[in-house]
Write a protein that binds this ligand. Structure first.
Ligand SMILES: [Zn+2]
Length: 292
C-alpha cells in the first residue's frame, strides 16, 4: 500500500472514530442505552435492550368505570390517555412489550385495579411487584393473578429483595407523605445493568423516613425519581443532598404549572442534573455508561 493510501485509510479511520464518539443516542447499541418515557404523574416506562418495565404507570382515574357512571372530576395531576394505556398493555409504539410492573402504593394516581388487571391478563408472563394493599385489590374479580404477583411488604423502616436473572429489586418500606400510616408506600431500588435507579412513590420527605434505614439505605444512586414537593423547602432539599444524591434527579408528581416553575427556578443540587419531563410521552435516551 502506498503512503498516500495509508494516509487515506488513517483519515477514514479518524473520521469513523469521530462519528462513533459523537453518535447521537438513537444509534447506541440497545443494551447501552436506557430509554425513559414519561407516562403520567409519577408513572414512567424504562427500557434497556429488549427488557422493559413500568412503575406507577397503570392507572386511570378519569374514565367512567361502568356504563352510565359519571367519571370522577379531573385530577390536578396528569392521567394517562386511553391510547397510552392501550399501547402499554399491547407493547406497541412508542413502547415495547413490558415484562415487569411495579406499584409503589394503592392511591388512584399511581394504581387502579382494572388497568393493572388488563395489563396482567394481556401479558401473562409479566410480573407485578406491589405491596399487599395493591395485591388485595386485584384478586377476586374473575381473574387469578397470583402466579404473576411478587408481593413486597418489608414493613416500615425495613427492606426486602427480589432477585431475577437481570435485575435486583429492593423494596424499602416508607411512610406516605402527610404521615398517612394506613398506606403502605414502597420505594423501589432497581439495580439493572449496573444502574441504580430509585423511585420513591409518595414517600414523605421527613428525615426520619430515611434515617431509620441506617446503613441499609443505598449510598450510591444513579437516577432518582423524586416527588416534586421535595424541591419546595430547604429542609427537603437537604434530604435530597443527604439521601438522594444521584447523577440524575427526575421530579415527578407535578401539577402542570409546577413544571414550568421548576424549570425556571435555580436549584443548587451540586453535581446532580435535573431532568424535567415536561409532558406525557416525553422520552430520553441515556447512555448507561455515562450515567453509572
Ligand atoms: Zn399517594
Amino acid at each position: 500500500m502506498s503512503s498516500r493510501s495509508i494516509s487515506l485509510v488513517i483519515i477514514i479511520l479518524m473520521v469513523l472514530h469521530g462519528l462513533l464518539h459523537t453518535a447521537p443516542a438513537d444509534v447506541m447499541a440497545p443494551e447501552d442505552s436506557l430509554e425513559i418515557i414519561s407516562v403520567a404523574n409519577a408513572g414512567f416506562y424504562l427500557r434497556i435492550g429488549d427488557q422493559a418495565l413500568v412503575i406507577d404507570a397503570l392507572f386511570d382515574n378519569e374514565s367512567p368505570k361502568r356504563p352510565g357512571i359519571l367519571p370522577p372530576p379531573p385530577s390536578e395531576y396528569e392521567n394517562p390517555s386511553l391510547e397510552t394505556l392501550d399501547a402499554l398493555y399491547s407493547g406497541q409504539k412508542p413502547f415495547k412489550p413490558i415484562s415487569l410492573a411495579l406499584v409503589t402504593h394503592v392511591d388512584v394516581d399511581h394504581f387502579t385495579a382494572p388497568e393493572v388487571i388488563k395489563f396482567l391478563s394481556q401479558n401473562t408472563i409479566a410480573k407485578l411487584c406491589c405491596p399487599r394493599q395493591v395485591a388485595e385489590k386485584i384478586g377476586g374479580r374473575g381473574f387469578d393473578p397470583r402466579s404473576q404477583i411478587i408481593q413486597m411488604d418489608p414493613g416500615l423502616g425495613k427492606r426486602v429483595r427480589h432477585v431475577s436473572d437481570s435485575m435486583v429489586i429492593t423494596a424499602y418500606g416508607m411512610n406516605h407523605s402527610g404521615n398517612r400510616l394506613q398506606t403502605s408506600n414502597i420505594a423501589y431500588l432497581i439495580e439493572w445493568h449496573g444502574l441504580r435507579i430509585l423511585h420513591l412513590g409518595d414517600a414523605g420527605g421527613e428525615k426520619v423516613n430515611f434515617s431509620r434505614f441506617g446503613d441499609q439505605w443505598p449510598k450510591v444512586l444513579d437516577i432518582v425519581f423524586v416527588p416534586y414537593w421535595y424541591f419546595n423547602s430547604l429542609e427537603k432539599l437537604q434530604i435530597i443532598r443527604h439521601y438522594l444524591s444521584a447523577k440524575i434527579l427526575i421530579p415527578v408528581h407535578m401539577r402542570k404549572n409546577e413544571r414550568t416553575l421548576l424549570q425556571k427556578r435555580h436549584i443548587d443540587l451540586e453535581s446532580s442534573r435535573l431532568y424535567v419531563f415536561p409532558s406525557q410521552g416525553d422520552k430520553r435516551l441515556l447512555d448507561i455508561h455515562t450515567v453509572r
